[in-house]
Write a new protein. Structure first.
Length: 407
């Protein structure tokens, strides 16, 4: 009998750590190869981790709520030496799929294309609460029975507890105290990335108001000819117009390689779409968005945003963006100076679209008006190119049919 130590694997997100959300086994349990032994929570998703060893659990290297570094011990099992051969084979298969860029392999070494898809066990009728959420509630003296869960099946999420801590009512006998909320998980990743962007990128922002009336009309006309399953959202049309404008201003679809002193101008557009989710801000990436039809782009956008909001988006679909589109209008605001999603060179934003007085052919009328903005890396281009791109994108919004008719 030999002991096998399974290290916390690289979850394919480029992250250095993960929180233990819930152990599915305990010391003394017998486990099989590919059995899910623990659920961990990274900055981007909750992930079920399978073990590549078979045997008896002799040690769990952490308790619920602990943070472990990638590459440190996760679980130790005692098993037969024959399991080593299987482990080695699975390990090599994992590495081959990883090198090939497979999106199917997220974690561990034991998963294979023949393995059945495993989903987290949920019981919609039961208010399941993760240990991390329980600890946060306990640290802030919050009674979970007073919190309404916004997750699937009424699950209480971290955001629910944080909202209760920040805005919950206080009784006359309560004593308000300052909170100390650890910067970890998704919030830490966002903070680190935005700090890097501000530290490394000499950014500038430009903006303009546009008449989006014809964009609404175009969407209605396009959707008349499409089945319900293919209906196109307004955001999908904006994404299509974005790729069209980038084709004319490719310098904005780039990044700066500071180590080599080079500007990398990308051959394809991997379009990131900023989406607010219960876990925080995420940016799902639609790869080769410039090569997709308008309908295909709309379907990819719909799938990515739904998965992101449900916390089921594969980590591989959150990396590799070359340009980001941010619809901050969903928050009811007109304008913003969005921070560039490092290491990209630009981010395009659109505010809310509302009825406003507008002059058309010398006459004052009411039109649907929005403010669009562009934050860009001044190292890759100057104001002329940035302003030209934004103005072209605005012209496409005001006259979309001439663009959409050929895409």
């Amino acid at each position: 009998m030999t002991n096998q130590v399974f290290m916390l694997p690289d979850l394919g997100e480029g992250l250095a750590e993960a929180d233990i959300a819930e152990w599915h086994v305990k010391v003394g349990d017998v486990v099989t190869i590919d059995q899910i032994v623990v659920e961990v929570e990274t900055a981007k998703a909750a992930v079920d981790v399978p073990i590549p060893f078979a045997g008896t659990v002799i040690e769990l290297h952490g308790k619920d709520g602990d943070t472990l570094k990638v590459g440190t011990p996760l679980i130790t099992v005692s098993g037969s030496e024959s399991a080593d051969v299987v482990v080695s084979a699975n390990h090599e298969r994992y590495r081959e799929e990883e090198r090939a860029g497979s999106g199917n392999v997220l974690i561990g070494y034991g998963t294979s294309e023949d393995a059945p898809l495993r989903r987290r066990r949920t019981a919609p009728s039961v208010r399941v609460i993760s240990p991390i959420v329980r600890k946060l509630a306990s640290d802030n003296s919050i009674d979970l029975a007073t919190i309404s869960g916004s997750g699937a099946g009424g699950v209480i999420t971290r955001a629910d507890v944080e909202a209760g801590a920040n805005f919950g009512p206080e009784t006359e006998t309560s004593h308000a105290t300052d909170q100390r909320i650890p910067i970890k998980g998704l919030r830490k990743v966002v903070a680190d990335k935005l700090s890097t962007s501000r530290r490394e990128i000499p950014d500038a922002t430009t903006w303009v108001d546009v008449d989006a009336t014809e964009l609404f009309t175009a969407r209605v006309e396009i959707n008349k000819a499409l089945p319900d399953s293919d209906k196109i959202s307004l955001m999908a049309l904006l994404a299509r117009l974005t790729t069209a404008a980038l084709a004319q201003y490719p310098e904005l679809n780039s990044s700066v390689d500071t180590a080599r002193g080079e500007i990398v101008r990308y051959a394809h557009i991997n379009l990131g779409i900023a989406a607010q989710t219960p876990k925080g801000l995420m940016v799902p990436v639609i790869r080769n968005a410039d090569s997709l039809s308008t309908v295909a782009l709309a379907q990819a956008l719909r799938t990515s945003t739904e998965l992101a909001r449900d916390g089921k988006l594969e980590p591989a679909r959150l990396i590799g963006g070359t340009f980001t589109l941010n619809n901050y209008g969903v928050f009811g605001v007109d304008g913003s100076t969005p921070i560039i999603n490092h290491p990209e060179a630009a981010i395009l934003g659109i505010g809310r679209i509302i009825d406003k007085p507008w002059v058309v052919n010398g006459e004052l009328t009411v039109r649907k008006v929005a403010q669009i903005s562009l934050s860009f890396d001044h190292r890759v281009c100057d104001g002329g190119e940035a302003g030209g791109f934004l103005r072209l994108f605005g012209d496409y919004i005001e006259n979309p049919i001439r663009v959409l008719g050929r895409l």
